[in-house]
Design a protein around this ligand. Structure first.
Ligand SMILES: NC(=[NH2+])NCCC[C@H](N)C(=O)O
Ligand SMILES: [Mn+2]
Ligand SMILES: [Mn+2]
Length: 303
């Protein structure tokens, strides 16, 4: 089997749970490595360089600057480091595969990729919208905000990461699998005209049609596609080990089919798999699922 994309790959772990409400996703990178991610990718012909983990340190007091943003200082510090690390990997012509950690790390990953790809398309798999700002967030958890930040919306400690001029374009972002959007998020999504394929559209149109449309949106006028995969996009029966489970999600095969179709485009420049929480999991199954999904995105199934 031949890798479908850049054959040199960097694994970057981010051991952080400070952006999430439930502790434990900081152990995600270890769980995914334990489930054999490096071997799996080596077996399909990738040259894998493990760049190790960025480790978050729990602050004494969670609040900063009088905002409702939980752990803002540390989430910002970690994402600045991640932005640099992703950018360094891409400068060395390595495909950055980022392992979470909570979804706040998409802030650093995307900021890093934007240093190299100024017209980046994004396919975002999630039960949630992750497009809250400090003003709309019901929780203050930063993992519910990375899409907004990557568009330049929200607190400047976050939007400044990687440079305020390097942001995503709303017309090239597409969501897959949403089924739990906050009122404020619906408003933002509507105002910005962002395409969302909720579970309703997936049920109606089928995953093949949804992905055909999604790939078109993320490809149109872009210089690459970033895949951000929150394990909670899948149905809870497949992912016990994730903190914000919502019933009625993607099936195992729907998820794989989607990633396989993206792999076939050969336009993927970076990816992240987030919200794997081994503490609440059963026998590391969620990390194993993540590794299998990574295999599909990286072209394992291609003959
Ligand atoms: N990456 C995630 N799992 N995000 C869940 C976000 C939940 C909710 N919308 C919030 O803002 O708090
Ligand atoms: Mn989610
Ligand atoms: Mn998410």
């Amino acid at each position: 089997m031949k890798p479908s994309i850049n054959s040199k790959l960097a694994i970057i772990g981010v051991a952080i749970d400070l952006g999430a409400g439930t502790p434990g996703v900081s152990l995600g990178p270890a769980a995914i490595r334990f489930a054999g991610v490096t071997e799996r990718l080596s077996n399909i012909g990738y040259q894998v360089e493990d760049m190790g983990d960025i480790v978050a340190i729990k602050p004494v007091s969670p609040h900063t600057d009088g905002t409702n943003l939980k752990n803002l200082d540390e989430v910002a510090r970690v994402n600045n480091l991640l932005c640099e690390k992703v950018s360094t990997a891409m400068s060395a012509n390595l495909f950055p595969l980022v392992l979470g950690g909570d979804h706040s790390i998409a802030i650093g990953t995307i900021a890093g990729v934007l240093q190299h790809k100024s017209n980046l398309g994004v396919i975002w798999f999630d039960a949630h919208g992750d497009i809250n700002t400090d003003e709309t967030s019901p929780s203050g958890n930063i993992h519910g905000m990375p899409v907004a930040v990557s568009l330049g919306l929200g607190h400047d400690r976050l939007t400044s990461i990687g440079g305020t001029d390097k942001k995503l374009n709303t017309k090239n972002i597409v969501f897959i699998g949403c089924r739990d959007l906050d009122a404020g998020e619906r408003k933002i999504l509507k105002e910005l005209g962002i395409t969302v394929f909720t579970m309703h559209e997936i049920d109606r149109l089928g995953m093949t049609e949804v992905m055909t449309r999604a790939i078109e949106i993320a490809s149109n006028g872009t210089d690459g596609i970033h895949v951000s995969f929150d394990l909670d996009s899948m149905d809870p029966v497949f992912v016990q080990g994730t903190g914000t489970r919502v019933p009625g999600g993607l099936t195992y095969r729907e998820s794989h089919l989607a990633l396989e179709m993206i792999a076939q485009t050969e336009k993927v420049v970076s990816a992240e798999f987030v919200e794997v929480n081994p503490i609440i999991d059963h026998k590391n199954e969620t990390a194993k699922t993540a590794v299998a999904l990574i295999g599909s995105l990286m072209g394992e199934w291609l003959i």
